[in-house]
Design a protein around this ligand. Structure first.
Ligand code: KIV
Ligand code: NA
Length: 275
């Protein structure tokens, strides 16, 4: 199997082929995504919320991201694996170099993702110059949530203009693709048309080049945590709960395990033991 490349992802945009991207955080999820043919996987720092149970993504560290990247890359053979650099791990160019080096050498993966616009251009420039494919992330950037909130971004003309400028600047700096999170659909459409690199939306309307969603959101793993931009394609949380209940009931009732799940022993061997 040949692995997907950043060039392959760029060519999907040129060919008008839409790009499905999905977060994965561990070996089993990456194995399933791989079998389902997802071309680009994200080891997102959203792991902080959906896997670790934090309220935000901010507590995630480079070591945490390395651990998730290791689990994912043990399963992934054909997808392009993008790994998030976590909060404050790329505040300066030397920080970005050190974090990207650790994530890619110790964790694996083929690309990294950084949140932000103008302020991260030197880091994007330096990393791409060193051969590290960088994905940008604009709009609702959760690492900045204490400053920008969790609302729709770039609704006013000046902020929308800034977002477009940031997107163009990221492309110029060498980003191979960008994520646009929770921005007005018409603005995302304009940016998608103006950029030659793929624009991957999440809560950014139907006209981006692709979409990224969080594993737990599309699978319906949580009762109470589905964001507005997500769609529950299944109710796997409920299915798991039902299965676990059935297991517990069978153990309580003595219906499981049975001889089918057990090893036997010849009676004379047992008698010898009891002698
Ligand atoms: O961490 C994440 O899951 C992300 C996506 C929402 C783009 O950054
Ligand atoms: Na993220």
């Amino acid at each position: 199997i040949k692995r997907q490349t950043v060039d392959g992802i760029r060519k999907m945009k040129v060919a008008g082929e839409r790009i499905p991207m999905l977060t994965v955080y561990d070996y089993p999820s990456a194995l399933i995504a791989e079998r389902a043919g997802i071309p680009m996987l994200l080891v997102g720092d959203s792991a902080g919320m959906v896997v670790h149970g934090y309220d935000t993504t901010l507590p995630m560290t480079v070591d945490d991201m390395i651990l998730h990247a290791k689990m994912v890359t043990r399963a992934s053979r054909s997808a392009l694996v993008v790994v998030d650099l976590p909060f404050m791990s790329y505040a300066t160019v030397p920080d970005a170099i050190s974090s990207a080096r650790r994530v890619m050498q110790e964790g694996g993966g083929q690309a990294i993702k950084l949140e932000g616009g103008q302020e991260i251009l030197p880091m994007v420039h330096r990393l791409t110059a060193m051969g590290v494919p960088v994905m940008g992330h604009l709009g609702l950037t959760p690492q900045a949530q204490h400053q920008i909130g969790l609302k729709v971004q770039a609704r006013e003309a000046s902020a929308a203009r800034q977002l477009l400028d940031d997107a163009l600047a990221l492309e110029q700096a060498g980003a191979f693709a960008i994520v646009l999170e929770v921005v007005p659909a018409p603005l995302a459409e304009v940016i998608t048309k103006r950029l030659s690199i793929p624009v991957i939306g999440i809560g950014a309307g139907p006209h981006c080049d692709g979409e990224v969603q969080v594993w737990h959101d599309i699978l319906g793993l949580y009762d109470n945590k589905t964001p507005r931009h997500a769609k529950r394609f299944a109710e796997i949380g409920a299915a798991i709960e039902k299965t676990v209940r059935e297991y517990a009931e069978d153990v309580r009732a003595g219906a499981f395990p049975t001889s089918a799940q057990s090893a036997s022993m010849p009676l004379d061997t047992l008698n010898e033991v009891l002698k």
